[in-house]
Write a protein that binds this ligand. Structure first.
Ligand code: ADP
Length: 453
């Protein structure tokens, strides 16, 4: 086992990883930007190194400074968390070149799956169902248009390098296509420096269901069941739960496909295979080659600490369980608590936390990094934490989440607590009748609460 790990991240995931390390008796090195000098992850780690300025490009994306921090503190491994450098194959490679273990998959798995059109091609070759669309990337507008006409509208134009819900455009009709294609392409060029595009049929009312994969260096690949992440705003997840409401037959088929997908790319460590589900049909959309924001709901229903597993796998341990040992127990829901004002088009609202009160009790968990008096810097994303509950049944989990959100107080910072409460209280949500279009369909009623401020 490693003696010391550097955590190349900030916010709640850095705190989450530091806690896992402490429980395993592993020393930790935090990195931070100037704006994060007083951040919780810096306070909790055994050592902390400032790696640069406020902008992510100067600090959390600064590969040279991060590697230097690891070498100079004697850290044997780097955990990248999610976002930042977590899906950067060059960084994974650089770690290895510098004699540091990267807690994640090998660089070639990251680059193969990070290119979404390539991932699609590989899945087609492996017999994993994908959304009807182009075989891989489309080279020209006219080729794309011809294909779109064959696929049938609406068509989704996606950037191969896309992520975080960005780099996508829907073309509703042939007349729309050229403009949507060119807009998506130029957006992708600016956002990702890569304007390779591919096409998928735009599915109406799908559910987003993803499988957690865990794989060791010895070819053992196991899935830890699925999460329903259909409650989304602008293709970004807001509420996630495990398990989903699919039949056990569909779960088995999807789980098998997810394991096959991971094997196809020689996957190692934790990863997620994302599918869209429409009726009984399921389609691969992408693989995320890192820990996900929503991993806690899987931990709650399986009893497996996924971060600790990641660290054990990277240190060379064999998985201590097989597929048959994985049992899903009860139901778990996670709400992403964001510093934003839903009533002002979800405008990010960094500020100072004047008072924090966190709900507590059996099966209630708050993965966060904020504290009373903490000033949220404006430079990073707006997620302040994740409220997670676990109960015997979905109905009980919903009630527990409502009670917990009711109790949560984050004074001084606009947030989406009431908006999420409205989702949890919605009849259709409670009946399990929801898909990725839920928030858009119900937006008006979900915003129908009185603000406290
Ligand atoms: P990103 O990498 O940006 O997260 P994904 O490909 O994972 O993009 O898709 C994010 C979300 O966009 C999905 O969860 C779903 O809500 C929507 N989406 C993606 N592909 C399709 C599709 N073919 N049809 C309908 N919705 C889609």
């Amino acid at each position: 086992m490693f003696q010391k790990i550097l955590i190349a991240n900030r916010g709640e995931i850095a705190v989450r990883i530091i806690r896992a390390c402490k429980q395993m008796g592993v020393e930790t090195v935090a990195i931070y930007s100037e704006a994060d000098r007083s951040a919780l992850h810096v306070q909790l780690a055994d050592e902390a190194v400032c790696v640069g300025g406020n902008k992510s490009s100067e600090s959390y994306l600064n590969m040279e400074n991060i590697i230097t921090a690891a070498v100079s503190t004697g850290a044997e491994a780097i955990h990248p968390g999610f976002g930042f450098l977590s899906e950067n194959a060059a960084f994974a490679e650089l770690c290895i070149e510098c004699g540091i273990r990267f807690i994640g998959p090998k660089a070639d798995a990251i680059s193969n799956m990070g290119n979404k059109s390539k991932a699609r091609e590989m899945m087609i070759a492996a017999g994993v169902p994908v959304v009807p669309g182009s075989d891989g990337a489309v080279a020209t507008l006219s080729e794309a248009k011809t294909l779109a006409d064959q696929i049938g509208y609406p068509v989704l134009i996606k950037a191969s390098a896309g992520g975080g819900g960005r780099g996508m455009r829907i073309a509703y009709s042939p007349d729309d296509f050229a403009r949507a294609f060119e807009t998506a392409k130029s957006e992708a060029k600016i956002a990702f420096g890569d304007d390779t595009m591919y096409l998928e049929k735009y599915l109406l009312h799908p559910k987003h269901i993803e499988f957690q994969i865990i794989a060791d260096k010895y070819g053992n690949v196991v899935h830890l069941g699925e999460r329903d992440c259909s409650i989304q705003r602008r293709n970004q997840k807001v509420i996630e739960e495990a398990p989903s409401l699919i039949s056990s037959k569909l779960r088995d088929a999807m789980g098998e496909a997810a394991v096959k997908a991971a094997r196809t790319v020689g996957y190692e460590n934790a990863g997620t295979i994302e599918f869209l589900v429409s009726g009984d049909a399921f389609y691969f959309i992408e693989m995320n080659t890192r820990i996900q924001v929503e991993h806690p709901v899987t931990e709650m229903v399986t009893g497996i600490d996924i971060i600790q597993e990641q660290i054990k796998i990277a240190s060379g341990e064999e998985l201590s369980f097989q597929q048959d040992d994985v049992r899903l127990q009860g139901h778990s829901i996670e709400v992403r608590v964001n510093a934003e004002n839903p009533k002002e088009n979800f405008r990010p609202s960094p500020g100072t936390v004047k008072l924090l009160h966190v709900p507590n009790g059996h099966g209630i968990r708050f993965d966060s990094f904020i504290y009373t008096g903490y000033q949220i810097p404006p430079y990073y994303d707006s997620m302040m934490g994740k409220l997670i509950v676990h109960a015997n049944s979905r109905n009980e989990a919903i009630r527990k989440m409502i009670a917990s959100l009711d109790e949560l107080i984050i004074d001084g910072v606009d947030n989406n607590r009431e908006f999420c409460l409205k989702i949890l209280e919605n009849d259709e949500y409670q009946r399990g009748e929801f898909d990725t279009g839920f928030i858009v369909r119900h937006l008006e009623s979900l915003l129908g609460y009185d603000s406290h401020e």
